[in-house]
Write a protein that binds this ligand. Structure first.
Ligand code: DGT
Ligand code: CA
Ligand code: CA
Ligand code: ZN
Length: 575
């Protein structure tokens, strides 16, 4: 069974969970978690890297041991280390630990006291009120567990966009090679570049008489064929991810693309517009009576409806149709317009490369500047720099800028916003930096009011430039902390601060709707990769796409600016 990065990351998380429940050394637990994080952020599928002969131990947070384990998983589909732990700790405990409110200690206590070894078993004891009798648990905890279980039930598993790409790339290669296939494109949320994807919707056109369906259901990763027909089939892959395939006539290709790209809300709004003109719009075309007046290309359909082409990223019925009708669609920011990256880590903290290596890579991407933002002193687990180390790094960068041509290395730091809203380095040291990225890395559980206050207080410090990953969410892993972003944005605007759109596919923080909010409020957004390796710089495209979903133009983005303009924009009074 072919494994993608998401599967391997999931296996590592499971090992970490079980080790933690067992009470293993915390560094070992963290090693697996960090490796899972690295895999989650790799632009290429790890099986491809191995096939290309790449040394996996060069990746951040992956040493020889874990590189070997990844190879073992890719080769054999299994991991001996996991099998061994599972002889000691029931595998179901790993799912339990993911339930909000249930940490490793509580899970262990429930297992020891009641033998609860799975989500199902947990549901049973929760419903028969047995949990409240276990020492350390009460009625309130029991109720919270029941609520968490209810929420779990309604939850569908969606893949992060990057993981969906890892599934889609080899599949599309396979489909394009099926005899008779002419055109093949992915529509749906994948084409709209949504942060997570529920299933893949693939459209193909084919030569008359070719059996595309037979080829499609013969794909090596298929677990189940849900339905098959000459024009429509659905399969479920071994990873549990499902794929819809539709074979459409050439004359309907554009209309089908439009329909299956969605969103549903956008489709409905377009169809209403067609009806107002006395026409009918469906997946086969735009019809005036029985006459197909458009259908082969998307653009024709929009054209007939009196609209310019609307980029798939904007098709969410958030005002794009009205804007299009007025000729007021945003001219979306592009990867080519990005002039630099303002958030990355080096060997000095938890990155894998030197400042020079990161800078050379950024230069290779055509950037004019790269900001170095290693962690600050409180982040001991992430190799945070001490005051002296930051001072030394500042000198090092000054010296490097003398040597390295063609790119300016900016002096910065990812400074922790401490619980009381103060910044994690003294002001006089921060004043020596070109700018700062200030982030929350702990005390996630404050009330919404306190969390908001904390950030606003931090912004009061003139050394504050950009708010890093503003909500702290990790897609599919950790919800955002409670915070009033509108208030935060207002404060940022008043003080001349900026918000980050962290481009990492696990973060995409701030998200598309918040980007639009920032644009509407006139606050510039920094799209930054938070790269921990040279590879990590590749994630910029995900940030740019989400920015596009949030209607951002190049002018709304801080780091599209040339260096001198950027430095000028980031200058705050009192700095
Ligand atoms: P997903 O898969 O949950 O990430 O999101 P989508 O947008 O890919 O949704 P999906 O796969 O259910 O359907 C693909 C597209 O098909 C959807 O974006 C719009 C279109 N579509 C599906 N159901 C309907 C419907 O009932 N009415 C209309 N107008 N369009 C629909
Ligand atoms: Ca879909
Ligand atoms: Ca679908
Ligand atoms: Zn961070």
């Amino acid at each position: 069974m072919p494994l993608h990065n998401a599967d391997i990351a999931e296996t590592f998380r499971k090992v970490a969970d079980l080790l933690e429940i067992e009470g293993a050394n915390e560094f070992r637990v963290r090693a697996y978690r960090n490796a899972a994080g690295t895999l989650a952020g790799l632009p290429q599928d790890v099986s491809t890297l191995i096939a290309d002969g790449q040394d996996l131990s060069e990746l951040p947070a992956i040493g020889d041991d874990l590189a070997g384990k990844i190879a073992e998983l890719v080769d054999t589909g299994a991991l001996q280390a996991l099998d061994e732990i599972e002889t000691r700790v029931p595998p179901g405990l790993s799912e339990m630990i993911r339930l909000p409110g249930l940490g490793p200690k509580k899970v262990k206590a429930l297992y020891d006291a009641l033998g609860v070894d799975s989500i199902e078993a947990l549901r049973e004891v929760a419903e028969s009120n047995k949990i409240r009798g276990v020492p350390g648990f009460g009625e309130k905890t029991e109720e919270n567990i029941r609520d968490a279980l209810d929420r779990l039930e309604g939850k569908e598993q969606r893949l992060r966009l990057l993981d969906a790409e890892h599934v889609a790339t080899p599949l599309m290669e396979y489909i394009r090679a099926i005899a008779g296939v002419k055109r093949a494109t992915i529509a749906g949320s994948f084409r709209r570049r949504k942060e997570t994807v529920g299933d893949l919707d693939i459209l193909v056109t084919a030569k008359r008489g070719s059996d595309v369906t037979k080829g499609f259901i013969g794909y090596g990763e298929v677990d189940e064929v849900v339905s098959q027909g000459s024009s429509r089939s659905t399969i479920i892959l071994q990873s549990g991810f499902s794929v819809d395939l539709r074979v459409v006539p050439e004359v309907s290709y554009g209309a089908a693309m439009l329909y299956f790209t969605g969103s549903k809300a956008h489709n409905i709004a377009l169809r209403k517009r067609a009806i107002r003109k006395g026409w009918k719009l469906n997946e086969y075309g735009l019809f005036d009576g029985d006459d197909r007046i458009a259908g082969e290309r998307e653009k024709e359909v929009y054209d007939k409806l009196g609209l310019p082409f609307i980029a798939p990223m904007l098709r969410e019925n958030r005002g794009e149709i009205a804007a299009a009708a007025k000729g007021a669609l945003p001219d979306l920011v592009t990867l080519e317009s990005m002039n630099g990256d303002l958030h990355c880590h080096t060997k000095a903290s938890d990155g894998k490369f030197t400042i020079r290596e990161m800078a050379e890579a950024a230069k290779g991407k055509g950037y004019d500047y790269l900001g170095i933002t290693d962690h600050s002193r409180s982040q001991t687990v992430a190799g945070g720099l001490s005051d002296d180390e930051l001072a030394a790094q500042i000198d090092e960068i000054d010296a490097l800028n003398e040597e390295v041509d063609g790119i300016r290395i900016l002096k910065s730091s990812e400074v922790d916003i401490l619980e009381d809203g103060s910044l994690d380095f003294p002001d006089d040291l921060l004043a020596r930096l070109d700018y700062t990225v200030c982030s929350i890395h702990g005390a996630f559980n404050l009330t919404r009011e306190k969390q908001t206050d904390r950030v606003v207080r931090a912004m009061d410090n003139p050394q504050f430039t950009i708010l890093g990953h503003p909500t702290g969410r990790l897609i599919n892993e950790r919800p955002a902390y409670a915070i009033d972003l509108e208030k935060v944005m207002q404060a940022a605007k008043e003080r001349g601060c900026f918000l980050e759109l962290n481009a990492h596919p696990s973060r995409l923080d701030i998200d598309d709707t918040r980007c639009k909010m920032a644009r509407d409020m006139g606050i510039k957004v920094a799209i930054s990769t938070d790269a921990h390796s040279v590879n990590g710089l590749e994630m910029m495209r995900f940030g740019v796409e989400q920015a596009g979903r949030g209607w951002l133009e190049a002018g709304d983005v801080l780091n599209t600016r040339p260096l001198d303009v950027l430095l000028d924009l980031m200058k705050r009074q009192g700095r």
